[in-house]
Design a protein around this ligand. Sequence first.
Ligand code: NAD
Length: 409
Amino acid sequence: MSTSPSSQKVLCVLYPDPVAGFPPRYARESLPTVARYPDGQALPSPASRDFTPGHLLGSVSAGLGLERFLVERGHRFVVTADKDGPDSVFARELVDADIVISQPFWPGYLTAERIEKAPRLRLAITAGIGSDHVDLQSAIDRNITVCEITWSNSTSVAEHAVMQMLALVRDYIPQYGWVVRGGWNIADAVSRSYDIEGMDVGVVAAGRIGLAVLRRMKPFDVRLHYTDKHRLPADTEQELGLTFHDTVESLVGVCDVVSIHCPLHPETEHMFDDALIGRMKRGSYIVNTARGKICDRDAIVRALESGQLAGYAGDVWFPQPPPGDHPWRAMPNHAMTPHTSGTSLSAQARYAAGVREILECWLDGRPIREEYLIVQGGALAGTGAHSYVEGDATGGSEGGAESASGQAG
Ligand code: NAD
């Protein structure tokens, strides 16, 4: 850990405000209280916070509720949504930034090239979970600390993944479409609709999110499977009736529904290619709320078109935002959302508080919680040492510059 009491420049990349204006009108007035995370980890505990939980915090005007705190302490706080390409505000402001904050939903890609142009950069905070938008190898080599808000949105994503499994198997989205179009076309609406009961459902990785998905799927009376580099405790396997597979090939061969929950790193990049999808049962479903690049983009399209996959859902794309003509927008039998699962208003309150906690620690010279660490001291650390491998998975992110603003009017 290294900190400086002097003025720091904090550069924050956030998604644009709502097209209808900021702030939005909220549907609910408060958030339920979550006392602790499921494994007992404490929620973020900053000394104070300058935002209302349940409000939109992740867009530019909200600035994660950090501005007052940073400015009062004499630091510079720059917030932008303009993040892609060499002339973007992000690229220009990065050259003298000490700290970068970015959300995976609207990632400020920190490639080796960009890190090289940021000689003062010492800390990269992921406001959320999943730090693959940072070239972790460069961060290791340059002794940059990378950290994320572990657990902050894991349950949020697990809920989204379960929703999307059901949406695919029951074929919910087209049925909704018939209603909106004024129809009552029962036969059309059910011709691809099944019950999930009795199916084999598997997760690729049973970390915080994967295990939460398994727990939530248990009451659906399905057979549950998982693969992971780290095997779960025997009593957890027994409690949930889990079948462990030591390879992903073994898992996909028996499952009807596969939900992906491993981080993106060099071992998982393009894991779901033509060969692996070809090992799945014909008519299987994939839900991917982990990272878009864990799947081979065009292999997914081919499998949906041929019927090898009956459906594909998730909320992660590559690059982000994806261009208007990204083939996943138009492929058959998908139920994709933009990258929203981990940025519900509930999740935002937790990760905004977590970012504040990390900044307070860093600026006061106190250690950052071990579980928040991905890279520290020139090596993978904390959660990073458990869940990542060394190397870089940012290749191709410069394609983001070709995307439109990502906002439809
Ligand atoms: P976690 O660290 O608790 O779990 C990750 C698990 O992946 C670990 O159990 C690890 O052993 C396993 N793993 C790593 N490499 C593997 C491999 N090659 N094969 C099999 N298993 C492997 O993290 P988490 O909170 O469960 O989050 C997982 C990922 O989900 C994040 O890294 C991120 O990419 C993604 N995520 C997405 C969103 C979203 O909004 N869509 C939000 C949060 C996290």
